[in-house]
Write a protein that binds this ligand. Structure first.
Ligand code: C2E
Ligand code: CA
Ligand code: CA
Ligand code: CA
Length: 276
């Protein structure tokens, strides 16, 4: 048993070493990719449950690595966060999304993901102000999506940061709701505009008989009471669509209404009179 333990340790050690090398390589490649402008944004439509109108797009960063091919943000964002590159990448995302959104009809807004690392930076309000001004985008057409990870530290500081951002006129959404630990506490003290119900609750949710239904119901009820709206994320099927409609979610985002698309397609969709 002892020998096996040792062998296992050695196996993990070399695997960890490989992982570390891979991370370092990806980090270097990302730096170069930023310099060369190899990132781009994809835009996923967000639809009003009642009117079926297009209300906005979520901007999602994309990177096609010259050797490894399409890289998932789920892989490279954490590396960017650890290395600090997220600040530069995040600023580029913010600016690019605002410039693109300024071309859309005024009823269509844009949502940008803000990493906890960016959120804890004093510079964020300045970056937001500058991106809006440069793009000529009214503040109320920009929404910042933050996760609970951004809220874990200092509550007073977090509240102040959100107050400053809201003071600029931008909207704040709590992303991936329900996946963290103490979300309910945050809801009491932080005036979010929107709660995005994590796709794990929608997945497998069919019209009848899923135990996610009471949870979605509770989140929608809570949001309503707090004066916040809700987005159901990851809606893929007609069944799920009918369910989240029935449960009173305000907005829908998911493959059923469109996958993340390039800027050109998003523009066409935005100009298509707002209907889904
Ligand atoms: P997220 O913010 O929760 O974004 C939603 C993710 O769900 C996107 O994955 C989107 O493509 C995917 N999705 C949307 N509808 C459906 C659906 O119906 N079914 C399924 N299975 N998936 C759906 P993506 O683009 O791979 O992004 C993954 C995560 O990476 C994002 O999760 C976000 O946390 C992060 N991310 C993406 N872009 C950025 C960015 O510009 N900045 C930061 N900080 N993070 C980003
Ligand atoms: Ca998001
Ligand atoms: Ca999400
Ligand atoms: Ca997520």
């Amino acid at each position: 048993a002892k020998a096996a333990g040792k062998g296992t340790y050695r196996f993990f050690a070399s695997e960890m070493h490989e992982q570390a090398l891979l991370r370092q390589q990806i980090e270097e490649d990302m730096q170069r990719a930023l310099e060369r402008g190899e990132f781009h944004l994809a835009y996923q439509p967000v639809i009003d449950t009642q009117s079926n109108a297009l209300v906005g797009f979520e901007a999602l960063v994309r990177w096609t690595h010259s050797v490894r091919g399409v890289m998932s943000p789920a892989v490279f964002i954490p590396i960017a966060e650890e290395s600090g590159l997220i600040n530069e990448l995040g600023e580029w995302v913010l600016r690019t999304a605002c410039i693109e959104a300024a071309k859309w009809p005024s009823s269509v807004s844009v949502a940008v993901n803000i990493s906890p690392v960016q959120f804890s930076s004093q510079a964020l309000p300045t970056l937001v102000t500058s991106a809006l001004a440069y793009a000529g985008l009214p503040a109320d057409r920009l929404e910042l999506e933050i996760t609970e990870g951004a809220l874990l530290n200092d509550t007073a500081k977090t509240r102040a940061a959100i107050a400053t951002l809201k003071g600029l006129g931008v909207k704040i959404a709590l992303d991936d709701f329900g996946t963290g630990y103490s979300s309910l506490g945050y809801l009491k003290t932080i005036p979010f505009d929107k709660i995005k119900i994590d796709q794990s609750f929608i997945k497998g949710a069919t019209l009848r008989g899923s135990n996610n239904i009471p949870i979605i119901k509770a989140i929608v009820g809570l949001a309503n009471d707090l004066g916040m709206i809700t987005t159901a994320e990851g809606v893929e099927t007609e069944d799920q669509l009918a369910l989240v409609r029935e449960l009173g979610c305000t907005l829908i985002q998911g493959y059923i209404y469109g996958r993340p698309m390039d800027a050109y397609s998003a523009m066409n969709r935005a100009q298509g009179n707002g209907s889904a």
